[in-house]
Design a binder for this molecule. Sequence first.
Ligand SMILES: [Zn+2]
Length: 141
Amino acid sequence: MTSDEERFLRRAIELAAEAREGGDPPFGSLLVGPDGAVLVEERNTTVTGGDITAHPELKLARWAARELSPDAAAATSMYTSCQPCGMCAGAIERSFLGRVVFALSGEQLAGLKPPATAAGPLLEGPALYAEARVPVEGYYV
Ligand SMILES: [Zn+2]
């Protein structure tokens, strides 16, 4: 890892500390263009914003998808204080961002907090294939 990359990761960690100081979970992220310029920064605002999806990585993925061409997004790196969760990883993939550099891994984060107690939802399906395929068929050609 280069000294510039470490500097960007340290900034993400600072943003995480700022989120915590402001009453939100401690996570922060930034996007850096191919020339090394910081494009945008975000903090977690799930508590103060009343939005369970307000993770910084998701906000940045949405920004990249809205503001950057796919080629520019592919040349852009996300630096984030923690490995993106499943929700954010999906959004990052859809945004075409080219690279994610994280400080804490998901496993390291799990070791710093109590075990999760909520079970996931029951997923039931597939069902009604003949009807459900109608609005989809032909869309992706
Ligand atoms: Zn997330």
